[in-house]
Design a protein around this ligand. Structure first.
Ligand SMILES: [Fe+2]
Ligand SMILES: [Fe+2]
Length: 283
C-alpha cells in the first residue's frame, strides 16, 4: 500500500479506491474497491475471480474505477480466457466494468437471473452473450460446482449468490454489508460497535423491508449460515470474514429477530404525513 493510500485510509474517503487484489485460498481472488458514502463513511465493493479450467469473474465493480479494475483483472488473468461472468444482480455497483470486460473477453458468457437479463437488455447489453442463471441450480464451471444461494436479504429480486463447497466460500452479495468509518483489511480489524452500527445502517438502507420480515425465517437462515461455517464469507460490501460466521449473523439477528424493529429514515407513514393536507391524497 502506498503512503498516499495509507493516509487516505486514516481519513474519510474522498474518492473511490481499488486495493491490491488478494488470494482467498488457492483458486479465488478478491478484487476489493471502496467508495465513499457521503456523510456516512466508506463501503467496500468486492468482485471475485475464480481461476481454473473455466475462469469465472463475479461482478465487475463500479464504473469510475473501470481502468483500475481492468488493470487489476489483467494482473490476475488474460481476460480473453474468461469463460463466465457471474452478475449477482444488475445494480450499478456490480456491473460497472461489465461492458469493458465483455469487450476483452470474447468467449465469456454473462450469467444472471431473469430480471437481471431484462435489466441488462434495457441497458443495451448484447443479450446474445447472456445466459439465464436458474435459482436453485448447481452451476458447474470447469468442474467447480457453485451452489446458487439466494441471500437472506438483497435490494434486487434477481440477486443470486453462491456457495463453493470446494473452497468453503460463500458469496452473500449485498447481504452482510456495512458502512464503515474507513476502508479496512479484515472484519476483525473493525471495532465491534462500528461494525454493528455500520451493518444496521447498510441493511436498513439496502433492504428496508427487513424490519417487516418473518423473524423466525430470518433466524433460521442465519442459523443455517452459522452451521455452514464458511471459511470465507464474502459480502460484496464488507471485508472478507475468515472467522466465525456469528460475527456477521448475530448483529443481524439482534437487529431484526430480537429487537423491536426500528423505523426507516424515510417511512411511508412519514412521507404520507407530509401530504396529509394535500387534497389529492384524500380518499
Ligand atoms: Fe444491490
Ligand atoms: Fe451492492
Amino acid at each position: 500500500m502506498s503512503t498516499t493510500e495509507a493516509a487516505t485510509e486514516t481519513n474519510a474517503l474522498s474518492a473511490p479506491i481499488l486495493r491490491e487484489t488478494r488470494a482467498l485460498g488457492s483458486d479465488w481472488s478478491l478484487i476489493n474497491a471502496w467508495a465513499p458514502l457521503p456523510g456516512l463513511g466508506a463501503i467496500a465493493i468486492n468482485s471475485l475471480l475464480l481461476k481454473g479450467k473455466e475462469p469465472l469473474l463475479v461482478d465487475t465493480g463500479i464504473a469510475p474505477l473501470g481502468d483500475a479494475f481492468m488493470a487489476a483483472l489483467e494482473r490476475e488473468i488474460d481476460p480473453a480466457e474468461l469463460a463466465w461472468i457471474w452478475i449477482s444482480h444488475a445494480d450499478v455497483d456490480h456491473i460497472g466494468a461489465l461492458q469493458r470486460v465483455l469487450d476483452r473477453a470474447p468467449k465469456a458468457k454473462v450469467l444472471t437471473g431473469y430480471l437481471g437479463i431484462a435489466k441488462l437488455g434495457l441497458m443495451g447489453f448484447d443479450l446474445g452473450r447472456v445466459q439465464f442463471l436458474e435459482p436453485g441450480v448447481v452451476f458447474e464451471a470447469g468442474g467447480r460446482r457453485l451452489h446458487t444461494v439466494r441471500p437472506l436479504y438483497y435490494d434486487a429480486s434477481e440477486t443470486m449468490g453462491f456457495f463453493d463447497p470446494a473452497a468453503s466460500l460463500l458469496y452473500s452479495v449485498d447481504c452482510f454489508g456495512a458502512v464503515l468509518p474507513a476502508p479496512a483489511e479484515t472484519v476483525e480489524s473493525v471495532a465491534e460497535e462500528a461494525l454493528r452500527a455500520g451493518m444496521a445502517t447498510w441493511s436498513s438502507m439496502d433492504s428496508p423491508w427487513l424490519k417487516a420480515i418473518d423473524r423466525s425465517a430470518l433466524g433460521r437462515g442465519l442459523a443455517a449460515i452459522e452451521r455452514l461455517a464458511p471459511a470465507h464469507l464474502v459480502s460484496a460490501h464488507l471485508p472478507v470474514l475468515e472467522g466465525k460466521a456469528e460475527t456477521l449473523t448475530r448483529p443481524i439477528a439482534d437487529f431484526y429477530c430480537y429487537a423491536a424493529p426500528k423505523g426507516d429514515p424515510v417511512t411511508v407513514e412519514h412521507a404520507l404525513a407530509r401530504f396529509a393536507g394535500f387534497s389529492g391524497m384524500a380518499a
